[in-house]
Ligand binder design. Structure first.
Ligand code: ADP
Ligand code: ZN
Ligand code: ZN
Length: 727
């Protein structure tokens, strides 16, 4: 349809398209009179067509009317994305200066109509009372029919039950209310509400006193009963007919929490959302959230975008965890987006952690967040004792010092479990030749290849490249090349030969394939079917293993000297977390850390369980240096097939920043990244810093707008990272 002057004026629709440009695109929607903002629309773009999201109406366009093309299609199978969702996307696009269409594409549900998607996988079974009662019901009663089917099958899911009768939904509600049918949960412990401790009561009272937006930091050691507080809050929401959003940093944390929440609220509608679900299942959860059907949405960072029309509160667990930050594609922090969302929707938000991020801690200290503390562990469990093994005195052979070996031995004798924590997977991080110094490197990255012993392969942990282990040094022919350093596989091998009687389990990204498998391994640990667990930080997060009484830490020293200013903060959090695995049962736990620097203040703080002391000294140091949270940063990065192109672009960007002459902003030099080459692309970065966020933001918008006007060398890509977590 060509628009000419004779035609009625076009209805101009702005559309968000998944293109790396900071703009919405104008289209003529005259042919679709019922279209609404928030709907998915199909538009011509260049020589092809794209799906986008209708954003809003426009009065006029800067474009010549003859160049405004008409929409070609519209998907009305899904309800439009609500105004609040668009506001959230607008915020992310602006705050993080990411292309709006890309943010929208990332934050939108999969393009599948939920009615066609898989039904929820809540599973049900008949109770004994239900079986007895069913016999007394009229033969044609739908409830009787459902119980009979459940009896025959053992368990059925909602879709299967609904298939039995058009009135199955209502009947199921009734059966649940009568406790004739119950949720069939995988491994769900019987979850009953505890009598709250004084700390929990105080925290909950404070949280309940809030109306509308308020941010609270629930700060309590592992096992202090934070989850119990979340559950009470969620209970309040359910009673008030409101929805709760529960965010966790890692997919691996969802099954356990899912089981716990489901066991506590068997009649609530609980949905899970994370990135490894099928599109169908995710669309399903999304639809339940958006329609208001879901009472609780439990998910990883992308769930922060799910519309919840009855939202009553947001809970974000392990708030310090870097996984809340997306570092590829659209760069944003789900924690910070959640806070904005809570404010925008005027609901309270609770951030929970044993080791809050220094950013959140500073807000708490300054009174912007309410600081709620749970000081002791709930129930009987005590905090573990932390001991250091000085490896300058007790040399480690094959990674294990004598005191460590003895501690393991004593646990084995007593039939207790040990967790050994080593933050490196694979067998040996370097394969090299002692004769000439050759080391196996990745051809695509500035990184060594890691030796994996199980299948005799070399793997790059940065780009995934793989190769065979050479028989001899490719440089000098020496046949005696060796793996140096230690990863999980090698430690596993050492333990197997030192403790042949022990039942061993290794847990890292290589051993855990698929969620089912992961859950199964966690269950094996919990059932006491293994004696020794070797694992990476995958294991350090939020899991509860009552049988583990010893946590050994190997190779933590590298982080003490890392160039990243957040390395110590992360190490402290990790060691606190991993230590939190010990002694949650009736036996007190012990944490044993091998280090060549036992005098380091970080360890002293750790021994004293003194997060506050550690955090304050870090905050003082950061204040002195103007680093976050006492300063604010932007990072502009560029990558290209050739380093020079990246450097040139960033140099031009640097001049553009300086030309804006914003006071109080420091623009650093352009530097190649520490790992210059990754997946065959060479990378450089430019950091901009200020002690004032408003000043930094005054620079940000015009600066980024200017960058889109720079000419790009072939193959060059650039990204901006606002509040980067790693510089
Ligand atoms: P966190 O989330 O802080 O790690 P949890 O809420 O998981 O702590 O609680 C740790 C353990 O203590 C759990 O097994 C939980 O069931 C138990 N627990 C929590 N609150 C209480 C309480 N008030 N009394 C007794 N046990 C409790
Ligand atoms: Zn050699
Ligand atoms: Zn590589």
């Amino acid at each position: 349809m060509e628009s000419t002057a004779a035609n009625p004026p076009a209805r101009l629709l702005q559309v968000a398209l998944p293109r790396p440009l900071p703009a919405l695109f104008d289209y003529d929607a005259s042919a679709f009179p019922t279209i609404e903002p928030g709907q998915r629309v199909r538009v011509p773009f260049g020589r092809s067509e794209l799906w986008g999201i209708a954003w809003g109406w426009r009065d006029g366009s800067d474009l010549d009317p003859s160049r405004i093309k008409p929409l070609v299609g519209c998907d009305d199978g899904q309800p439009p994305l609500p105004e609040r969702w668009r506001a959230l996307v607008d915020f992310v696009a602006d705050y993080y200066q990411q292309p709006i269409g890309e943010v929208a594409a990332m934050a939108a549900p999969p393009a599948i109509s939920a009615t066609r998607a898989e039904r929820a996988h809540r599973r049900f079974r008949a109770t004994a009372a239900g079986q007895a009662a069913a016999a007394l019901l009229p033969a044609r009663d739908v409830g009787r029919k459902l119980i009979a089917a459940l009896d025959a099958a053992g368990e059925l899911n909602e879709a299967e039950l609904r298939a039995l009768s058009s009135r199955a939904g209502a009947a199921l509600e009734r059966l649940l209310a009568e406790s004739w049918v119950e949720l069939a949960l995988p491994q769900a412990p019987a979850e009953t509400a505890h009598t709250l401790t004084a700390d929990q009561t105080a925290a909950l009272d404070a949280l309940r006193a809030e109306t509308g937006f308020a941010a609270s930091l629930l700060h309590g050691v592992t096992g202090s009963g934070k989850t119990e507080v979340y559950l009470r809050l969620i209970e309040d929401q359910i009673a008030a007919g409101q929805q709760s959003l529960l965010l966790v940093p890692e997919i691996a944390l969802t099954p356990q929490l899912h089981a716990r929440v489901a066991a506590r609220f068997p009649r609530a509608c609980l949905h899970v959302m994370h990135s490894e679900m099928s599109d169908g299942a995710r669309a399903m959860a999304w639809a339940a959230a958006q329609s208001g059907e879901a009472d609780i949405l439990l998910g990883t960072r992308l769930a922060v975008f799910a519309p919840l029309p009855r939202l009553g509160c947001i809970v974000l667990d392990e708030e310090h965890d870097p996984s809340f930050r997306q570092t590829e594609g659209v760069r944003y922090s789900a924690r910070d987006v959640a806070i904005w969302r809570a404010r925008h929707e005027n609901v309270p938000i609770v951030l929970g952690s044993a080791t809050p991020s220094l950013e959140s801690l500073r807000h708490a200290i300054d009174g912007r967040y309410r600081w709620l503390r749970l000081n002791a562990r709930a129930g009987e469990a005590k905090l573990p004792e932390v001991h250091l093994v000085d490896t300058r005195v007790f040399r480690a052979t094959d990674g294990l010092s004598q005191p460590m070996a003895r501690a393991i031995e004593s646990r084995l004798t007593r039939g207790e479990q040990t967790l050994l924590f080593i933050n490196r997977r694979g067998y040996a991080p370097v394969l090299s030749c002692p004769a000439c110094g050759w080391a196996a490197g990745c051809t695509q990255c500035t990184a060594n290849l890691v030796l994996h012993a199980a299948d005799r392969r070399l793997r790059c942990h940065h780009c995934g490249a793989e190769g065979q282990v050479p028989h001899a040094c490719p440089k000098c022919g020496n046949q005696d090349i060796q793996g140096y350093g230690r990863g999980t596989q090698r430690l596993e091998e050492t333990l197997a030969s030192r403790f042949p009687q022990a039942r061993l389990l290794r847990i890292d990204r290589d051993s855990v394939r698929g969620r089912e498998h992961w859950q199964e391994q966690l269950d094996r640990i919990r059932r006491g079917e293994v004696d020794l667990v070797v694992g990476t930080q995958l294991l350090a997060k939020g899991h509860d293993f009552p049988g583990i009484t010893l946590v050994g830490v190997i190779g933590a020293d590298a982080s003490l000297h890392a160039a990243d200013f957040r390395a110590q903060e992360r190490l402290f959090a990790q060691l606190m977390q991993v230590g939190g695995r010990a002694g949650r049962g009736d036996t007190a736990g012990e944490v044993l850390i091998q280090t060549a620097q036992p005098e380091h203040p970080l360890f002293a703080a750790l021994k004293a369980h003194d997060f506050d002391g550690f955090a304050r000294s870090q905050l003082d140091e950061r204040a002195l240096l103007g680093l976050p949270p006492h300063g604010f940063q932007l990072m502009l990065s560029a990558d290209a097939p050739e380093l020079q192109a990246a450097l040139d672009f960033l140099e031009a960007a640097r001049r553009a920043a300086q030309a804006l002459q914003v006071d109080g902003v420091q623009v650093y030099d352009v530097v190649p990244m520490r790992m210059v080459r990754r997946a065959n692309r060479e990378r450089a970065q430019l950091v901009v810093e200020s002690r004032s966020r408003p000043q930094l933001r005054a620079l940000l918008r015009p600066w980024i707008a200017n960058l889109y006007r720079l000419r790009l060398a072939r193959g060059l890509r650039w990204h901006v990272d606002v509040d980067p977590v790693e510089v």
